[in-house]
Design a protein around this ligand. Structure first.
Ligand SMILES: Nc1nc2c(ncn2[C@@H]2O[C@H](COP(=O)(O)OP(=O)(O)OP(=O)(O)O)[C@@H](O)[C@H]2O)c(=O)[nH]1
Ligand SMILES: [Mg+2]
Length: 362
């Protein structure tokens, strides 16, 4: 399951967004450090399959959101100190663009570009400390004896330090393969995928709609976004939360009035998936129809492990049919008759929308 942590200045709208994403309307306060909630991933394909199989259970993929309870600041320090934050797969930075004089801004004025840069600087500064400490240790160890692996690590961490010193977040380096593995243990904050959520003012929603370029222009974030090496979504958390409490048809009509084809929840999740390169595969049956999330490029045996470690361990074959094929044929039996249910091995790369039945031995 994808785990996302909400960060941002005080009163930027983190808890409002958390409520929108998780349907937890009165999150408990004062119990531990963080609120944790689950968001169901909207999925048309799962809806269609549920209609086809009429299963006892329909289980969507989920995303877990973490929100600090009444933090002094949910900035880089929280990410370093609080476990639920440190282990997040992705960070969601809520940037205040709503004006409301009744809600004080810690810096005394509304300036989304300044706030976006402040958070970026915090992440970079925290990482710079980690990189420098690591380099000192590597140099000390290298004096004791040569090691090719340590030298490789030193070169990589040096590259990271140079980027950070120039104000470049590590996610912009687009590291891959062994380099990515070497960095994993450090939990560099600026290397984590980051989604920016521009929390619009009520008065700007109708004008902006779902047009990100216009939202950026309106909130002075165009230049920042051009260099941020990340993705953004613009929404008004307060209005979206009000709309989400309406009945389905009313909510759709309300969104359409504002020029929005999709709810804020859908947009935040879809953009997070794009950002992380996540795709879904599905399992079907009379008992349960279910969607599962995996990273793009995941092999069948690893994907099986999402369901259960036993299935991965005893993996024999994956029976795979593409979603579009099943919908076109109408039944799994018809797909079989036409030879469209493929048998795939451990190393098969699971595709978005694959419907899979894993064969395994226990
Ligand atoms: N006008 C307006 N107010 C908003 C919007 N989003 C949040 N607020 C209000 O701003 C205040 C702070 O929102 P929260 O969601 O609690 O912000 P937060 O980032 O969780 O704040 P802390 O947890 O204290 O750091 C609340 O009174 C919200 O109702 C918005 O889009 N427009
Ligand atoms: Mg809060």
């Amino acid at each position: 399951m994808l785990r996302a942590a909400l960060i941002g200045l005080p009163s930027s709208g983190k808890t409002t967004l958390f409520q929108l994403m998780t349907s937890i309307r009165d999150a408990p306060r004062g119990k531990g450090d963080v609120n944790i909630g689950i968001s169901k991933v909207p999925d048309d394909r799962l809806d269609k399959l549920t209609a086809m199989y009429n299963p006892r259970k329909r289980v969507p993929a989920t995303v877990e959101f973490t929100d600090m309870i009444a933090p002094a600041r949910a900035g880089a320090q929280a990410l370093v100190d609080v476990a639920g934050y440190k282990n997040a797969d992705a960070l969601v930075h809520v940037i205040r663009a709503f004006r409301d004089a009744a809600v004080a801004h810690p810096a005394g004025s509304i300036d989304p570009a300044r706030d976006a840069q402040t958070m970026e600087d915090e992440l970079i500064l925290a990482d710079l400390g980690v990189a420098e400490r690591r380099l000192e240790r590597i140099e000390r160890d290298l004096k004791k004896g040569r090691s090719t692996e340590l030298e490789k690590e030193r070169d990589l961490v040096q590259r990271c330090r140079e980027a950070l010193e120039q104000g470049t977040p590590l996610r912009a380096l687009q590291l891959a393969g062994d380099d990515l593995k070497r960095l994993r243990g450090f939990q560099f904050l600026s290397a984590k995928p980051l989604l920016l959520v521009i929390n619009l003012d009520e008065a700007d929603v109708a004008d902006v709609g779902a047009d990100l370029a216009r939202a950026a222009d309106k909130t002075g974030l165009t230049a920042f976004l051009a260099h941020a090496s990340t993705r953004a979504v613009a929404l008004c958390a307060k209005i979206e939360l009000e709309i989400s409490q309406l009945e389905g048809a009313d909510a759709t009509a309300f969104l359409a009035d504002l020029g929005l084809a999709e709810s804020g929840l859908d947009r935040v999740i879809r953009t997070s998936y794009d950002l992380l390169g996540y795709v879904s595969f599905l399992t079907v049956g009379e008992d349960e129809c279910r969607a599962w999330s995996i990273a793009r490029g995941t092999q069948a045996q690893l994907a099986a492990g999402e369901i259960h470690t036993d299935i991965a361990r005893g993996f024999i074959r994956a029976e795979v049919v593409a979603y579009d094929t099943l919908i076109a044929r109408g039944t799994m039996a018809a797909c079989r008759e036409h030879g469209e249910v493929r048998l795939e091995g451990k190393e098969y790369i699971v595709q978005d929308g694959d419907i899979i039945n894993f064969r395994f031995a226990t």
